[in-house]
Ligand binder design. Structure first.
Ligand code: PMP
Length: 298
C-alpha cells in the first residue's frame, strides 16, 4: 500500500503479518491495472491497452490522492487546522459532487461562502501545485512499478490537469521516450486551441486552461465527443465487466484511436478510469438501461 500497508491484491496473504490500515488515508493509492484484452482483441489493434481503476479508492475516484496531498500541504504550511477551517472547493468532477451549477456559477458560490463562513480556505485544484504533486509522488510511481517500466504511452483526460501533468512529468523523468496524450471533449477543445462549449463528459474539459496544466509534458491532445465517451463507457461495462464513468469512456475512445496506429504495434498504452459508474446512474450514460429497468419493475 501507499504507506506500508501491503496491498491485499499484491500480497499472497501469508497470514504472517497484519494487513490493517490505521486510518482511511492509508487506503489511498495503489489502484489496480487491467488489460482490456476483449476490446483490443475485437478491434484487432496491435497495441496493449491497460486501464487503472480509480473506483478502488476510499472515495471512489482519481481525486483522492489530490485531496490528500493538497490538505497535507496546507497543513504543513499552517494554512488550515482541523476543527477551525472550512474547506471550500470549486469542482465539476469528483473532488466534490456539485454538478448542477457549472462554471461561472461555481466560482460565484465559492466567493459567497468565503463571505458567509468564518475561516474559509480554498485549496484550488486548478492552481495548486500540490494537486499534480500527488500524481508525481504516487500515481506515476504506481504505474511505473505495476507495468515494470514497460509503459510506452500514457493517455488521460484533463479536468484540473493534475493527473496528466503529474503522471506525465514522473513518467518522462523515468523514460523521456514515454508519450503523453491528453484527452478533452470535442465540444470544448480548449487545450487544442478551440473555443469552450457545452459537453457532458463530467470531470474533464472545464472550458479554460488551468494554471497547473503542464503542456510541456503533453505530446498530443486527442478530442472525443460526448457520444463516443458514453458509448465506450458502456462498452467497458458490457464487454470487460468494468462499471466506470463517462470520462473513462472518453479515455478508452482516445486509446482505441492511438492503438490503431501502425507505429504503436506491440506498445503498451496505459490510461485512467477516473471514477466508477454508480455515480452516473442518473446521467445519460445509463438512460436506456434505466428505462429498461423501470419497465421491468412493473
Ligand atoms: N474524470 C473524472 C470523472 C474526474 O472527476 C476528473 C477530475 N476533475 C478527471 C477525469 C480529470 O482529472 P484531473 O482533475 O486530474 O485532470
Amino acid at each position: 500500500g501507499r504507506r506500508g500497508v501491503p496491498s491485499l491484491l499484491a500480497d499472497g496473504g501469508t497470514g504472517q503479518e497484519e494487513h490493517i490500515a490505521s486510518d482511511v488515508t492509508q487506503l489511498i493509492g495503489w489502484t489496480p491495472l487491467i488489460e482490456l484484452k476483449r476490446i483490443a482483441g475485437k478491434e484487432g489493434v496491435g497495441a496493449r491497452i491497460v486501464g487503472k481503476i480509480e473506483a478502488y479508492q476510499p472515495l471512489c475516484s482519481v481525486k483522492d490522492r489530490s485531496a490528500l496531498r493538497m490538505i497535507e500541504d496546507a497543513e504543513e504550511k499552517g494554512l488550515i487546522s482541523p476543527g477551525v477551517t472550512t474547506l471550500v472547493e470549486p469542482t465539476s468532477g469528483n473532488l466534490g459532487l456539485d454538478p448542477t451549477l457549472g462554471f461561472p456559477g461555481i466560482t460565484d458560490k465559492v466567493e459567497q461562502l468565503k463571505k458567509e463562513l468564518p475561516n474559509v480556505h480554498v485549496l484550488d485544484q486548478f492552481s495548486n501545485p500540490a494537486n499534480p504533486d500527488a500524481h508525481i509522488r504516487w500515481t506515476g510511481p504506481e504505474i511505473w512499478k505495476d507495468t515494470a517500466g514497460k509503459v510506452d504511452i500514457f493517455v488521460a483526460g484533463s479536468g484540473s490537469g493534475g493527473t496528466v501533468s503529474g503522471v506525465g512529468k514522473y513518467l518522462k523523468m523515468q523514460n523521456p521516450n514515454v508519450k503523453i496524450i491528453c484527452v478533452e471533449p470535442a465540444e470544448s477543445p480548449v487545450i487544442s486551441g478551440g473555443e469552450p462549449g457545452k459537453h457532458k463528459i463530467q470531470g474533464i474539459g472545464p472550458g479554460f486552461l488551468p494554471e497547473i496544466l503542464d503542456t510541456s509534458v503533453i505530446d498530443e491532445t486527442v478530442t472525443v465527443t460526448t457520444e463516443d465517451a458514453m458509448t465506450n463507457a458502456r462498452r467497458l461495462a458490457m464487454e470487460e465487466g468494468l462499471l466506470v464513468g463517462i470520462s473513462s469512456g472518453a479515455n478508452l475512445a482516445a486509446c482505441l484511436k492511438v492503438a490503431a496506429r501502425e507505429e504503436n504495434k506491440g506498445k503498451m498504452i496505459v490510461t485512467m478510469f477516473p471514477s466508477g459508474g454508480e455515480r452516473y446512474m442518473n446521467s445519460d450514460l445509463f438512460a436506456t438501461v434505466r428505462e429498461e429497468c423501470i419497465a421491468m419493475t412493473f
